[in-house]
Ligand binder design. Structure first.
Ligand SMILES: Cc1ncc(C[n+]2csc(CCOP(=O)(O)OP(=O)(O)O)c2C)c(N)n1
Ligand SMILES: CC(=O)[C@@H](O)[C@H](O)COP(=O)(O)O
Ligand SMILES: [Mg+2]
Length: 591
């Protein structure tokens, strides 16, 4: 065992090694990633697939002076380990530890922060143009982008611009024919044909866009990669290198089951087997309540269609795709398209359930306003991963959706408190609505074992009194209401009332008037941003109706980006833990 990796603090050390030793570094780097991710969890398959590319890029280019951008960034573990973070890598994604994604504030080697896909080409082009303006003509600018991410509109906007510049830009397409799930779409078919060498020389899309195209190159062949990158380093203008890799390379199970090993959780580093979870019956994941219920409803209602932008497994829309392949669509990483596609379907009388993670829906904001809400189209937005999401951190927390949706006219916004609420609102949506409806629910599991009850229609805009009290009215929305219930159970009896407002918009004004007339103190609690969120809507209500001397205390996500960590650590950090909620309520009771 040579143990070369331990001698590499940063790429300067790597560059001192002879080319023949790089495969040894690759082996050690791969083992290092497997060792740590096996116990600390995280994104595995993507990083294993780019081990050789990572080494070759840092070997050939003069990072950090040359600027290297990792699209999405979930494949950058090898990059982090080779760039001064090997000793910290066991803190990856943990509270207070390094981020699971590249982050400018973390390292000078992270030229641009990523997490959401398809930004790398625009960012690298921006840097390349800046270098030209500054007269730094020798600087290289490299974007590494996956085959699923390059199919996104934003990546194409970057290609379209780059092709008419003389920017010193290298785009490396890491083609493994996979996103999280298998890649989809005509572009995927095109790349498959390129790889098979089928009649593409005359019609190469990338060449047609004015790039100096090379490839496909075996992305696990270090000699070939280094040779080609050395050549491209001396080619001026926009360049495009197409490499072929295997997601999960080097761990048999990860190569075989690439979807599961995208982010497998804990696994045995020797056998590669995913460690079994405790054998206890648990409530379902909210994503599965959605996935299961939409299939149940679609069996009876032929107007239902489902849409996911590249998250069929994560959203559980895959159940509908499996049973109704003609009515459920994975459209690739294309949130904007997904929303306007849903709008188009809605104009023709279909009932589209457009399932997008809260954080990724941010990308389709104009489509929500301009294509859906302005035309008052009945699109059902199923907004998964709403609220804090844990270890993915600041790029992925779904904490803005309440604030960014609440200001849009026509929009109805609902947050189920449990699985049964989620089922019932999905049922209600397909009975027929004449407005856009947003349903937001969190990552992870619910609270109910016996959740497949008979459907009940939800009354739009109606809150639910969970229990009355005498001194404080707690107004909550969504699943955080369950934690609040258990906190109130520990407080003096009958003093704190709890109202599950259910609808962020429209508010149940009748219920609010009766609450404001009865209670002296109001506390709002939500898992979204305090600024512009649900609590703000209660303040607006209070101000509009001139309720005086009613202190309203708002609990929610403060005005800062929340980093990564376990959910309980993050809830503590934002003062939304049960302990903190209890102390806020006790303080008011003892005032
Ligand atoms: C805008 C956006 N939508 C969805 C995602 C979720 N997501 C993360 S990785 C990924 C697949 C990326 O595939 P590819 O670019 O081919 O990289 P690979 O994992 O194959 O290396 C998806 C859909 C995201 N990060 N950003
Ligand atoms: C990198 C990325 O964006 C996804 O892999 C994301 O981490 C998935 O999140 P979930 O684990 O919540 O599905
Ligand atoms: Mg891919």
């Amino acid at each position: 065992m040579q143990n070369l990796l331990s001698k590499i603090y940063n790429p300067k050390d790597l560059r001192k090694l002879p080319l023949e030793q790089l495969p040894i570094v690759a082996k050690e780097l791969r083992n290092f990633i497997i060792d740590v991710v096996a116990t600390k969890e995280g994104h595995l398959g993507a990083s294993l697939g780019v081990v050789e590319l990572t080494i070759a890029l840092h070997y050939v280019f003069n990072t950090p002076n040359d600027l290297l951008i990792w699209d999405v960034g979930h494949q950058a573990y090898g990059h982090k380990i080779l760039t001064e973070r090997r000793d910290k890598f066991d803190t990856n994604r943990q509270f207070g530890g390094i981020s699971g994604f590249p982050k400018m504030s973390e390292s000078e080697y992270d030229a641009f922060g990523t997490g959401h896909s398809s930004t790398s080409i625009s960012a690298a082009l921006g840097m390349a143009i800046a270098s030209k303006i500054k007269g730094d003509v020798a600087k290289n600018h490299i974007a590494v982008i996956g085959d699923a991410s390059i199919a996104s509109g934003m990546a194409f906007e970057g290609l379209n611009h780059a092709g008419v510049t003389d920017a010193n830009l290298l785009i490396v397409l890491n083609d493994n024919a996979m996103g999280i799930d298998p890649s989809v779409g005509a572009l995927k078919n095109y790349f498959t044909n390129v790889k098979a060498g089928k009649a593409v020389s005359k019609t190469n899309i990338i060449k047609a866009l004015n790039f100096n195209y090379s490839g496909p190159v075996d992305g696990h062949d270090l000699n070939a990669l280094v040779k080609e990158l050395e050549r491209l380093k001396n080619v001026k203008g926009p360049k495009f290198l197409h490499i072929i890799t295997t997601k999960g390379k080097g761990l048999e199970q990860a190569e075989q089951d690439q979807v599961k090993y995208h982010a497998p959780g804990k696994f045995d580093k020797i056998t590669g087997e995913i460690l079994p979870k405790k054998n206890v019956i648990q409530p379902p994941k909210y994503q599965d309540v959605f996935g299961d219920t939409i299939v149940e409803l679609a069996r009876k209602n032929k107007k239902i269609v489902g849409i996911t932008p590249a998250m069929p497994t994560g959203s559980s829309l895959k159940y509908m795709i499996e049973e109704f392949p003609d009515r459920a669509f994975d459209v690739g990483i294309a949130e904007q398209h997904a929303v306007t596609l849903a709008a188009g379907m809605a104009t023709q009388g279909l009932i589209p359930f457009c399932n997008i993670y809260s954080t990724f829906l941010q990308r389709a904001y104009d489509q929500i306003i301009h294509d859906v809400a302005l035309q008052n189209l009945p699109v059902v937005f199923c907004i998964d991963r709403a609220g804090l999401v844990g270890e993915d951190g600041a790029t992925h927390h779904g904490v803005f959706d309440i604030a960014y949706l609440r200001s849009i006219p026509n929009m109805v916004i609902y947050a189920p408190m449990n699985e049964i609420d989620l089922r019932n609102i999905l049922y209600t949506a397909q009975l027929g609505i004449n407005y856009p409806l947003a349903i937001r629910y969190p990552r992870g599991r619910g609270v109910t074992l016996n959740w497949k009850k008979e459907f009940k229609k939800v009354e739009i805009g109606k809150a639910k009194t969970l229990f009355e009290g005498t001194k404080i009215a707690v107004l909550s929305i969504g699943t955080i209401g369950n934690a609040i219930n258990s906190v109130i159970a520990e407080l003096p009896e009958n003093e704190v009332g709890h109202f599950n407002m259910k609808f962020i918009k429209p508010l149940d004004e009748k219920q609010l008037h009766s609450i404001f007339k009865k209670y002296k103190n109001i506390v709002t609690i939500e898992d979204g941003t305090i600024f512009g969120g649900f609590g703000s809507s209660i303040l607006e209500f209070s101000s509009k109706h001139n309720y005086k001397n009613k202190p309203i205390k708002q609990l929610g996500i403060p005005d800062k980006f929340i980093e990564h960590g376990e959910m309980n650590e993050l809830l503590n950090e934002v003062y939304l833990s049960k302990k903190h909620i209890k102390s806020v309520l006790l303080d008011i009771l003892t005032e």
